[in-house]
Design a protein around this ligand. Structure first.
Ligand code: SAM
Length: 222
């Protein structure tokens, strides 16, 4: 069996009892970065053997994991933070496991997209998650398509690029589009910046620097 285990996105208390128990009980843990995960595992006194599984893992590595699971071992998949598979490696391994007849179960927990969405104040009944926006190819096409988007839009962005991305979006979306920037969720400096596209842009432009991790959300007034 493969358990997809969500881990905290900043606050170590956001670990479920079930996640800790599962990570203790499985035969091995597939971790995106074993050094990063050791901090979390040490905190919870979890000494299960780790093996690395990341975006650049080879087919052979994946096959080796699937073979072990086929042979009867159990494993947990974790990423550096949040829910594996959500803008993190995971789905290919999950597909391979399912193809091999291995049971796959989710152990739910923290994820930046849902945490940002529920506290954003934007409509939550229908939303579209875009992951990280394409940096070059397909970027303009996506922006053009977003003009027609009626649902709340959520995407991940780096602090370094957020102002430029909002500037680009402002060329396509109305100035009154409602925007929320959810920064450093669950951490000491957690912050939500809410307002129209122009208000949020001018607020962020006024800062000497923007640090940390963030999620961008918007809803067009249509
Ligand atoms: N799998 C993770 C999840 O479930 O949220 C996402 C991993 S993705 C590689 C990392 C991106 O998620 C960051 O660049 C940022 O956009 C967002 N993110 C992760 N943790 C965050 C936090 N504490 N606050 C705001 N955004 C966060």
């Amino acid at each position: 069996m493969l358990s997809i285990v969500s881990t905290p996105i900043g606050n170590l208390e956001d670990m479920t009892f079930r996640a800790v128990r599962t990570l203790k009980e499985v035969d091995f843990i597939c971790a995106e970065d074993t050094r990063t995960s050791k901090v979390l595992l040490n905190h919870y006194q979890i000494s299960t053997p780790l093996t690395s599984f990341h975006a650049h893992s080879t087919d052979a590595k994946r096959e080796a994991i699937v073979r072990r699971l086929k042979a009867g071992e159990s494993a947990a998949l974790i990423s550096d933070a949040g829910t594996p598979g959500i803008s993190d490696p995971g789905w290919i391994l999950i597909r391979d496991c399912l193809d091999a007849g291995i049971q796959v179960i989710p152990i739910p927990g923290a994820s930046a997209v849902l945490s940002a969405l529920v506290a954003s104040g934007l409509p939550t009944h229908r939303f579209v998650y875009l992951g990280f926006l394409p940096l070059k190819k397909g970027r303009q096409t996506l922006f053009k398509a977003l003009v027609e988007e009626e649902r709340t839009v959520v995407f991940y962005e780096s602090a370094r690029r957020v102002v430029r991305t909002l500037e680009q979006l402002s060329q396509y979306l109305s100035a009154t589009t409602q925007v929320v920037i959810a920064r450093e969720l669950t951490k000491i400096h957690e912050e939500f910046t809410r307002g129209t596209l122009m208000e949020v842009l001018s607020e962020l432009r006024g800062r000497s620097s923007i640090k940390g991790e963030l999620v961008v959300l918007f809803k067009q007034d249509r």
